[in-house]
Design a protein around this ligand. Structure first.
Ligand SMILES: Nc1ncnc2c1ncn2[C@@H]1O[C@H](COP(=O)(O)OP(=O)(O)OP(=O)(O)O)[C@@H](O)[C@H]1O
Ligand SMILES: [Mg+2]
Length: 323
């Protein structure tokens, strides 16, 4: 745990402890009758401990389906956890706002910007007579203007819609925002503008981000720390530079080897064998053992404990190679 300058332990703004979120799905009558299918439980998030400090961006990476969005949604309170706990501002409970990948799908097409922001401002308890002024202030903050107030989402470009999504999140004055693939639906030229906007907001207000992205370049550029997720669990976490320069988990090494410019990949690209196992029936022991080139007997038998790398504070790996 990091210390403040006065030697007191720093309480994270957001923390999860043993967080789990399972989804239960009932098969249709036909699947049950014909294939004998039973109810399935998808272990989307299966025991995650992480924290985000004030003013910090934690990047969250991992293959599709590993549970990143579910984790983000549980932290902000959109899904209740199946087990474990979320702490917000040091107390049990969820908090923060969410920015979504597809701003069009997340904005009501029948509402004007005025109405979209109005709903959020009303939730925050801003009196009706102050909402227009506050909405204009929010629009200007995200690079839009008063004349956009009475337009509908379809009248905006993708980048502008994402700005509206950000303004809506800011309307709640959050100290923490989960940005779930905030730029992956946007043109590359527009991506940089939105990322700059998020960085500027952080500088100004000290807001913290959990930044979920497939784009390791974006995560490298934006994050103070990074967490690597695999099949519902965190495999490795650490300060961005040390994680990118010195990845310790075979999974992280494979992920980073795909981007030679960022990862120090002396040995070239590491191809991952096989596909991600099902989150319905994850392998025992280390989740990554079925695809790991360094697998030992213990990997299939025992969950790897968290190990902090020597001389690298805050860089933690869950892997038997390091125990
Ligand atoms: N509402 C839901 N009901 C049932 N299963 C779900 C639900 N949401 C997610 N899942 C399942 O949980 C697992 C994790 O999904 P999640 O969307 O969190 O992954 P992700 O890491 O965000 O993937 P991506 O990178 O593709 O966005 C997947 O197996 C997914 O099918
Ligand atoms: Mg997702």
């Amino acid at each position: 745990m990091s210390l403040k300058s006065n030697g007191q332990p720093r309480v994270p703004l957001v923390q999860t402890v043993g967080l789990k979120r399972y989804f239960h799905s009932k098969p249709g009558i036909l699947a049950r009758a014909l294939a004998g299918e039973k109810e399935r439980t998808v272990k989307a998030v299966d025991g995650v401990d992480l924290f985000v400090h004030e003013g910090e961006t934690l990047g969250l990476v991992g293959e599709s389906g590993c549970g990143k969005s579910t984790l983000g949604r549980v932290i902000v309170g959109l899904y209740p956890p199946t087990a474990g706990e979320v702490f917000y501002e040091g107390r049990p409970g969820t908090g923060g706002q969410m920015i979504f990948q597809n701003p069009y799908a997340s904005l009501n097409p029948r509402h004007t910007v005025r109405q979209i922001l109005g709903v959020a401002l009303e939730k925050r308890g801003v009196p009706l007579e102050n909402r227009e002024e506050e909405s204009i202030r929010l629009l200007e903050r995200v690079g839009l203007a008063a004349h956009h107030l009475d337009q509908y989402p379809r009248q905006f470009s993708g980048g502008q819609r994402q700005r509206i999504g950000i303004a809506r999140a800011l309307a709640m004055r959050p100290r923490f925002i989960v940005a779930d693939e905030p730029v992956s639906a946007l043109d590359v030229s527009v991506q940089a503008q939105i990322l700059n906007l998020l960085e500027g907001l952080q500088e100004e207000t000290g807001v913290s981000f959990l930044l979920i992205s497939h784009d390791l370049g974006v995560v490298h550029h934006m994050s103070h720390r990074v967490a690597v997720m695999y099949l519902g669990r965190i495999a490795e976490t650490g300060p961005t530079e040390s994680l990118f320069e010195n990845p310790a988990h075979p999974y992280t090494r494979a992920l980073l080897s795909a981007i030679p410019r960022l990862g120090k990949t002396r040995s070239g690209r590491i191809r991952l064998e096989g596909s991600v196992p099902s989150a319905v029936d994850p392998p025992p022991g280390c989740r990554f053992q079925t695809r790991c080139r360094h697998r030992k007997d213990i990997c299939a038998a025992v969950d790897p404990p968290a190990v902090e790398l020597r001389g690298d504070p805050g860089h933690v790996v869950w892997c038997h190679l390091h125990t």
